[in-house]
Design a protein around this ligand. Structure first.
Ligand code: UFG
Length: 330
């Protein structure tokens, strides 16, 4: 297949590009490099620098690249905290960018898109594991823009017959098994990279945000899902659409939750380092427990996570962080 990957220089996008190329597909990457890294783009992918909000940038790619079978759309901002202080940035990049993309795809008769959504569309869940049919009441603007993206695709399909799969990720983590690419955000806000940066000595300590939740050790529970398993789900979703599958929404998680303290203990074991921990108050907007039911993705897409143990997740992430303490910077 020939796949256009939007945001293919970012964390999940770059891992998906690697997986596509490893499986013999042809890949075109489009990224504005605002949060992505050119070093993360697989050397066998064709790269275009451009911004989705500029119609001519995406039109140029689609005019040049014939026979694209499907588009995988990762190009978005994804920091929960930032979305609360700068919501218009999220409306502009995530929603306006997607609107321009859809205008260009409709004009170029491209009718299959797989895109990133998030567990943040659910907000505070009424029960766990969370099913795709559960209510979506986002508690932050990031989740709200992703929910609105899903609705935009819903209506565009009705008018223009463009088919889509929305993938609602839980906590993406880990790194490519080679250690060549991995997670590199600036600023970094995610738990596992911060723990491992503490292990490399780049940070003094990891702060635990809240120890008074109603969980087994008082810290939040999350469903950690390896980035390569997420990547594989995107490829399966493309194949599903190519085979005539109907538009749909799928959760992607492991169905197992770990507390913040459990993740820190596992990281101490994997790295062999003493990781300094400071207990602090709760972070605003954190639900106590987020665990996915991914039965639907397993059943309909045939998805089967391979890297699902916490040990593998942290070991692959550690391979990346210990060899790239400054991320992609030299
Ligand atoms: N945490 C800490 N200390 C830190 C960082 C995080 O204790 O320094 C805690 C958080 O409070 C939370 C857990 O670790 O309980 C996981 O936090 P992350 O920031 O790694 O991830 P989130 O669960 O907040 O968010 C992730 C993605 C979002 C997505 C959400 C959906 O980053 O994009 O999952 O569940 F919306």
């Amino acid at each position: 297949m020939k796949i256009l990957v939007l945001g293919g220089a970012g964390y999940i996008g770059s891992h998906t590009v690697y997986r596509l190329i490893e499986q013999g597909h042809s890949v075109v990457v489009f990224d504005n490099l605002e949060t992505g890294h050119i070093e993360a783009v697989h050397p066998d992918a064709k790269f275009y620098k451009g911004d989705l909000r500029n119609r001519e940038d995406i039109d140029n790619v689609l005019d040049n690249e014939k026979d694209i079978d499907a588009v995988i759309h990762f190009a978005a901002n994804s920091l929960v905290g930032e979305s609360m202080t700068n919501p218009l940035k999220y409306y502009d990049n995530n929603l306006n960018g997607t609107k321009v993309l859809l205008q260009s795809l409709v004009a170029h008769n491209i009718d299959k898109v797989v895109f990133s959504s998030t567990a943040a569309t659910y907000g505070e869940p009424e029960r766990t594991p969370i099913l795709e049919t559960d209510p979506t009441n986002p508690t932050n603007c990031y989740g709200e823009t992703k929910k609105s993206m899903e609705r935009m695709f819903y209506w565009v399909e009705k008018a223009h017959n463009l088919h889509y799969v929305s993938l609602r990720y839980f906590n993406a983590c880990g790194a490519h098994i080679s250690g060549e690419i991995g997670e590199a955000h600036s600023p970094e806000t995610h738990l596992i990279p911060i723990i491992l940066q503490t292990a490399t000595g780049k940070r003094d300590h990891i702060s635990i945000f809240g120890t008074d939740y109603n969980t087994k050790d008082g810290t939040c529970v999350r469903d950690y899902i390896h980035v390569t398993d997420l990547a594989q789900a995107h490829i399966l979703a493309v194949q599903y659409l190519v085979n005539g599958g109907k538009s749909d929404i799928f959760n992607l998680g492991n169905g197992v939750g770990f507390t913040v303290k459990e993740v820190i203990e596992k990281a101490k074991e994997v790295t062999g380092k003493d990781i300094k921990v400071v207990e602090e108050g709760r972070r605003a907007g954190d639900p106590a427990v987020l665990i996915a039911s991914s039965d639907k993705a397993k059943k309909v897409l045939g998805w089967c996570p391979e890297y699902d143990s916490l040990d593998t997740i942290i070991s692959t992430a550690w391979k990346w962080h210990s060899t790239h303490p400054n991320g992609y910077s030299k």
